[in-house]
Design a protein around this ligand. Structure first.
Ligand SMILES: [Zn+2]
Length: 298
């Protein structure tokens, strides 16, 4: 008789009892499998020391990377989502929001703030994928719209860092309206000749790609980011054909003319401030004459 016999077939542990690998000392790159110390990985801004694979990070990390001395003022910090449709899937929407807020420490899938990068003023809206897949609901749309208003009021450039699975299903039509709202606000920003830089990070898909993420004066991306409208699996199933290698990667999208350039996270701050100093000529930052079209319309 063998000394060990499996009594039950298969793995019986329920998901919630499974032990997560502790956020410990070591980091193994999912791309090249190189193992480095966590401290080294963090020092490298969560990119692989060997192959440069970019790990997903959130608004907290991006703000720390970009704002001088991590000093910034957050806008509309406490805006939270309502439940306009009384939506219930596996649990009611308000419960899902509350649980996600507790788990992530975030209020919704975007944080907006202003501060200085290398001495230049900048307003930033940065999405958090950890909050319901970075989905765009009313709060995301409203916070971005208000951040753009803040950029217009203070005559500062605007940076959007997108990271999203698309529109938030639990808000259905209300989510889709955010596409029009944010796009209209960006048009006002453009009329006032303030630069808008859109940074697409892994992943940027769905309604976010179809609205503000692709409307930048500069559309830039992190290496290897998934960028698309529908995901590769959906497209593959629809057209019934295999997709080309690297389809929807930032590199593929760049090659097909949808991006201006790809930027390594380690150079992000330096390249952004260089870009801003090139587009922000002193005459650009004066208040323009009142918009004549708007006056006529009113
Ligand atoms: Zn690697």
């Amino acid at each position: 008789m063998p000394w060990f016999k499996r009594a039950d077939k298969g793995i019986q542990t329920p998901t919630e009892q499974k032990k997560e690998t502790p956020d410990g000392l070591w980091y193994k790159c999912p791309s090249c499998k190189t193992v480095t110390s966590m401290a080294e990985h963090r020092k490298n801004l969560n990119t692989c020391v060997q192959c440069g694979h970019h790990d997903r990070i959130g608004s907290k990390e991006y703000f720390a990377i970009l704002f001088d001395d991590n000093e910034f003022t957050e806008l509309d910090e406490n805006l939270t989502s309502g439940d306009p449709l009384n939506f219930v899937d596996s649990k009611p929407y308000p419960q899902r929001i509350a649980a996600t807020q507790k788990a992530t420490g975030l209020k919704d899938a975007v944080r907006t703030a202003y501060g200085k990068i290398n001495g230049q003023n900048l307003t930033i809206a940065c999405m958090d994928f950890a909050f319901i897949g970075g989905s765009m609901g009313s709060v995301v749309g409203e916070k971005i719209a208000r951040a753009i208003d803040h950029a217009r009021k203070t005559r500062t450039p605007f940076l959007m860092i997108s990271k999203s699975g698309g529109a938030r299903m639990m808000e259905a039509g209300f989510s889709l309206m955010q596409m029009a709202k944010t796009s209209a606000k960006l048009a006002l920003l453009s009329e006032e000749k303030l630069p808008y830089i859109s940074l697409l990070t892994d992943p940027t898909t769905g309604g976010v790609t179809a609205s503000y993420a692709m409307l930048g004066d500069f559309n830039i991306a992190e290496p290897g980011a998934l960028i698309g409208f529908a995901g590769p699996r959906v497209i593959k199933e629809t057209i019934g054909k295999d997709l080309p290698k690297g389809f929807q990667s930032a590199e593929f999208v760049l090659e097909h003319g949808f991006l201006d350039f790809i930027i390594d996270r380690k150079q992000l701050k330096a390249r952004l401030s260089e870009l801003l100093s090139m587009v922000l000529l002193p005459e650009d930052v004066t208040v323009p004459a009142k918009n004549k079209k708007a006056e006529k319309a009113s």
